[in-house]
Design a protein around this ligand. Structure first.
Ligand SMILES: *[C@@H]1O[C@H](CO)[C@@H](O)[C@H](O)[C@H]1NC(C)=O
Ligand SMILES: *[C@@H]1O[C@H](CO)[C@@H](O)[C@H](O)[C@H]1NC(C)=O
Ligand SMILES: *[C@@H]1O[C@H](CO)[C@@H](O)[C@H](O)[C@H]1NC(C)=O
Length: 292
């Protein structure tokens, strides 16, 4: 990246960052409104009247929380500040997941690292039970120093993963070329857990428990999603344009976003299943269009 490109890229991020903060302030609700603790209750601490949650992990346990409802479309977000210092082996996750057969899942997984080494952000997409779609990027900031917003747009046109409003991954609805696309209701989940069998240096660098407890902080518990009852799988009703994230401006990336997405892929992506010829001698069909 040329120096002036870096400057303009940073400027764009700063401008977008300001917008997010303004939007977030009015819609900040308590954790209990939309979420429950799923496991590790004694490793979850509520701060600021339930508007911030601190999750910790030690050798006994990590913890996780999830949305009370399932959703059939939406623009989901979480503000996260990752465990700092030596977090090798520690995985912080924010994802959508179905609890039905034909599993659907959309993952942000932050793979911790030794102090001073970069944290990897891995994303994955499962549709109709099929995952194996890992992509990995490094971030252009220190995700342990501050809260940043991680978002997943899901409508019937595409699924987009964003970091502070910068698109880092697009999974298009390519059902017309035979690629399965998530159809089941999904819940929002977040967790902090020990992934040292695989997360850091392919599992060679283990969690250093003398650095525990590891602490991740979460904010932003309002949900922009089309909720469905557990018994109904009528995701079709969630494609209505009455939901703002289904409207035309969210059908594809606009020009600036496309440029940002390209920059992220060029400068920050260090693994893409689409170009892993050992795992996929023939790239899966969606690869031709996801890279743009
Ligand atoms: C995917 O797109 C097709 C049109 O190409 C549409 O008919 C279908 O409903 C979409 N699928 C989902 C699950 O959103
Ligand atoms: C684990 O952390 C302790 C305390 O921070 C440090 O002294 C030790 O060297 C670390 N061990 C490894 C294997 O990095
Ligand atoms: C939705 O539910 C109906 C019955 O209520 C079932 O026949 C159908 O297979 C379900 N579809 C999905 C995608 O789970």
């Amino acid at each position: 990246m040329k120096y002036c490109d870096i400057l303009s890229f940073v400027a764009v991020i700063l401008v977008l960052g300001t917008t997010i903060n303004n939007v977030g302030a009015g819609s900040n609700v308590e954790f209990d409104v939309n979420y429950n603790v799923a496991w590790g209750n004694d490793h979850v601490l509520f701060l600021n009247q339930g508007r911030e949650v601190q999750v910790s992990m030690d050798i006994r346990s990590g913890a996780g929380f999830g949305s009370k409802l399932s959703y059939g479309s939406g623009f989901f977000h979480m503000k996260i500040k990752l465990p700092n210092k030596d977090s090798a082996g520690v995985v912080t996750a924010f994802y959508l997941t179905s609890s039905t057969n034909n599993h659907a899942e959309l993952d942000f997984e932050f793979l911790g690292n030794k102090e001073g080494k970069p944290i990897t952000l891995q994303t994955n997409v499962f549709a109709n039970g099929q995952g194996d779609r890992e992509q990995r990027i490094l971030l252009w900031f220190d995700p342990t120093a501050d809260f940043h917003t991680y978002k997943i747009l899901w409508n019937q046109y595409h699924i987009v993963f964003y970091v502070d409003n910068i698109p880092i991954r697009v999974f298009k609805n390519n059902t017309n070329i035979g690629v399965m696309y998530p159809t089941q209701p999904m819940q929002i989940e977040s967790s902090l857990w020990d992934g040292d069998s695989w997360a850091t240096d392919g599992g060679k660098t283990k969690t250093n428990w003398s650095s525990s407890p590891f602490i991740a902080q979460f904010q932003g518990f309002n949900v922009d999603g089309c909720s469905l009852s557990q018994t109904s799988n009528n995701t079709q009703s969630c494609y209505s344009s009455n939901y703002w994230w289904n409207q035309r401006k969210f059908w594809k990336l606009h020009h600036n976003q496309e440029k940002q997405y390209q920059q992220v892929r060029e400068k920050y992506m260090n693994y893409d299943y689409c170009s892993d010829r050992n795992r996929h001698p023939i790239p899966p069909p969606e690869c031709a269009s996801n890279g743009i």
